[in-house]
Structures are given as structure tokens and as C-alpha cells.
Design a protein around this ligand. Structure first.
Ligand SMILES: C[S@@+](CC[C@H](N)C(=O)[O-])C[C@H]1O[C@@H](n2cnc3c(N)ncnc32)[C@H](O)[C@@H]1O
Length: 382
């Protein structure tokens, strides 16, 4: 299919307007009779998002879909991480979307099938994959219809369900997604040995293990300490346990690997702050392995509800931030000094602390307002 947006003059116009304000641009008339300004802006937006999220698509001939499809796509970084565990002959992505996950996850497979209900979106993916020199079978159908007719088996089935609505305050359940995994999980397990499902970081891990069958692994994936995805793996090869990975990409930290349920038998010891203070990364906090990291890394906790840890000697490989600190009195805080303010299990929020002590935010040093077992404390970086 020929996309008029790829005409050289239009592409030159797009390149020349990459850093322009898109709202202002939208009010102007397109200089080209064959494409609208809305179509042009869609491509500029796509390139802007690609720059941050999937730079491998910043090349000639690539078409970008509307913003919603860009937002729903995974990032190149998380897709590359997920791909490192997958290998086989036949790969199918039942919710292809813009195909970022599929592009990376299918790299160690010979036969690739992509299912997507959105016709225009799948056409774009097919066009882009041709430009990128990657082959697949593109099937424009609802995945339920595909599954009903399908007689094949696959080594890996991948799904990245879309949210049915955007109400943010509701409890996050699998029934809120399209497709509803609970309805199709038996079918999926009957045609594949490995089903990989990407979910929102808001999903509750205990709920997942309770409602899904054959869960073998869960990965909590953060990029630079921002938790982006929870990925759950269903498999017939029943190891009798669920292996979990807390991952913080681009941090230099190793994955924290544990068995689901291990936390229940783990214990922390408590102490007043020592020289080294540890703030676990967000993928650890999401996993809720508060006592387990204390045991594994030999660091002690300040308080049952304060997920801050401490030790006399430095534990280098702790998955999180390590700061050398000392306990101070509040009168030692000088007005107008600059600190990164952290408040955990403390009655005042960072903004209220800033106001109360007349201090500025930022810089290299830290102030932590928290509680140990003895009561409220303030820690200052040395
Ligand atoms: C979150 S997006 C997938 C993004 C993709 N993983 C990526 O990295 O670009 C989910 C996609 O699943 C498609 N989808 C949802 N329910 C579907 C169904 N029942 N049948 C086929 N496609 C479906 C949606 O149209 C949407 O494009």
C-alpha cells in the first residue's frame, strides 16, 4: 500500500517541523493537497515518541499510527529485556498493536504470526516490517475468532491486553482488559507451552497467582526505577514454584530473583540508623519483599512500616539507592540550604517539610524524614 505521507516533499516538511508546537501546526493548512495537516502532525508526534520510546523506528519509510496506539506500545528497552528469555520455532502475538513487543520478542523464532483487530494499525505494522526487512503472517481478525478456528500449536503465545476503559480509581482486574485472559487461559494452555502476558504495574501479584493457572514466573520490570510492566508467564513445565524477578533496567543493578511466597517466611531485624542507609528500588517495593531483602543482603530495617534499611558496612550490590547518612536534630537544618527531601512513614509531606524548615529542593545532598522503632528521626547525607 502506498502511503502519500511518504512523498519526499511531505517527509522534508515533517523533518523541518519536528520541534514545532503541534497544536499551532494543527491550526494551519497543509501545504500539500494529498495529505491533511492532521496526518502530518500524526507522523511528527510519532517521531517524537519514537525518539524516546522506540528509536529503532527512526528511519526512512516508517509510518506512525495515531497517538493512542503509540501510548499503548511497549518501549524498545522493556521489549528487548523480555525477548532475552524466549526462543523456539513458532511465535504468535495475539494483540500485536503497533508491534514493538512482537518485533523484539519474535527475534529467536522462525515463524511469526501477528493478530490485530484494528485494520489500519495492522496495515501500518505490515508496511513497517517490510521496510525493516522482517517477515511475518499478518492476520486482521479478533483473536477470539482466530482461536476458535485455529488448529496449530505455538511455542510461545504473547499477549499485551488493552484496557477496556480509562477509569483510574477502580481495582485493577483482568476482567477489565481486552481480551479477558481468564476466559481464554485454558484455550491458550491447550495450544502452547509458554504464554507470556504483559500487564500494568498496578496489578496485584497475589491476585494474579490466585486467578491464573500454571503461573511459572513473574517479572516486575522498571526502567530507571519507574515500574513499567508486570509480565506473567504461564507454562506446562510445572516447577512447583513461581519464580519472580524484580528488574531495574538501565540502573546497573542485577535482577533480584526470589520465589513467590518466600517473603512470608522471611524476617527482618530492626535497629537504629547506622552509617549506610538503603532505599530499595521501586520494583522491589512493588514485589513487597520487604523482609526478604533484609535477610538476603544482611541489612536491618528501621521500622516495620518504614522500608528503609541500614548497615555499618556498605553492601555494594543492594538493589536500590545507598546513601551515607547521619542522624541529626531538626535545629541542625539551616534555612535556604538545598536538599533532596524524602519523607517515608512521617507525618509531613516533602512540600510541608520544605515550607516548615525554609529549605530548597534539589542538589546532591539528602534529608530523610522517617521513623525508627524509637520514633521520628531525621537523616542527613554525610
Ligand atoms: C496494548 S496494545 C499492544 C501493544 C503492543 N504490545 C506493542 O508493543 O506495540 C493491545 C492491542 O490489542 C488489540 N486487541 C485488544 N483486544 C483484541 C481482540 N479481542 N482481538 C484482537 N486484537 C485485540 C488492540 O486493538 C490493541 O491494538
Amino acid at each position: 500500500m502506498g502511503y502519500k505521507i511518504l512523498n519526499q516533499d511531505v517527509q522534508n516538511f515533517i523533518t523541518a517541523n519536528l520541534d514545532k508546537d503541534l497544536h499551532t501546526l494543527l491550526l494551519k493548512k497543509s501545504p500539500f493537497p494529498e495529505v491533511t495537516m492532521q496526518e502530518i502532525v500524526q507522523q511528527i508526534k510519532g517521531k517524537q515518541v519514537a525518539h524516546k520510546k522506540f528509536p529503532f523506528l527512526l528511519q526512512e519509510g516508517i509510518i506512525f499510527p495515531p497517538q493512542l496506539n503509540l501510548e499503548q506500545s511497549s518501549s524498545e528497552k522493556t521489549a528487548v529485556y523480555k525477548s532475552s528469555f524466549l526462543k523456539g520455532k513458532r511465535f504468535i502475538d495475539l494483540t500485536c498493536g503497533f508491534g514493538i513487543d512482537a518485533y523484539y520478542l519474535s527475534q529467536n523464532f522462525e515463524e511469526i504470526t501477528l493478530i490485530e483487530q484494528n485494520t489500519d494499525l495492522l496495515k501500518i505494522v505490515e508496511h513497517n516490517w517490510t521496510v525493516l526487512g522482517k517477515r511475518a503472517e499478518f492476520i486482521n481478525v479478533k483473536l477470539e475468532d482466530f482461536l476458535n478456528k485455529n488448529k496449530e500449536n505455538f511455542d510461545v503465545i504473547y499477549l499485551d491486553p488493552a484496557r477496556r476503559d480509562s477509569s483510574k480509581n477502580k481495582v485493577f482486574l483482568l476482567e477489565d482488559l481486552s481480551p479477558d485472559i481468564l476466559e481464554i487461559q485454558d484455550h491458550l494452555l491447550s495450544i502452547s507451552n509458554e504464554i507470556v502476558i504483559k500487564l500494568s504495574p498496578l496489578i496485584d501479584l497475589k491476585y494474579l497467582v490466585f486467578v491464573l493457572k500454571n503461573v511459572s514466573k513473574i517479572a516486575i520490570i522498571a526502567v530507571k526505577n519507574d515500574v513499567k510492566e508486570v509480565v506473567v508467564y504461564l507454562s506446562h513445565e510445572d516447577p512447583g514454584k513461581v519464580i519472580c524477578h524484580s528488574v531495574n533496567l538501565e540502573s546497573g543493578e542485577s535482577d533480584f530473583i526470589f520465589q513467590f511466597g518466600e517473603e512470608e517466611n522471611a524476617h527482618s531485624e530492626y535497629t537504629e540508623p547506622e552509617r549506610f542507609i538503603y532505599l530499595p528500588n521501586n520494583s522491589i517495593l512493588k514485589a513487597g519483599t520487604f523482609n526478604l531483602i533484609s535477610e538476603r543482603f544482611g541489612v536491618q530495617k528501621l521500622h516495620p512500616n518504614t522500608h528503609i534499611y541500614t548497615s555499618k558496612e556498605k553492601v555494594e550490590n543492594f538493589p536500590g539507592r545507598i546513601i551515607e547518612m547521619e542522624v541529626i536534630e531538626n535545629k541542625q537544618i539551616k534555612k535556604k540550604e538545598q536538599y533532596n527531601i524524602i519523607s517515608k512513614n512521617y507525618p509531613l509531606k516533602p512540600d510541608e517539610i520544605k515550607k516548615k524548615y525554609g529549605i530548597k529542593d534539589g542538589g546532591e545532598r539528602y534529608l530523610i524524614f522517617t521513623q525508627s522503632k524509637k520514633g521520628k528521626i531525621i537523616l542527613k547525607s554525610i
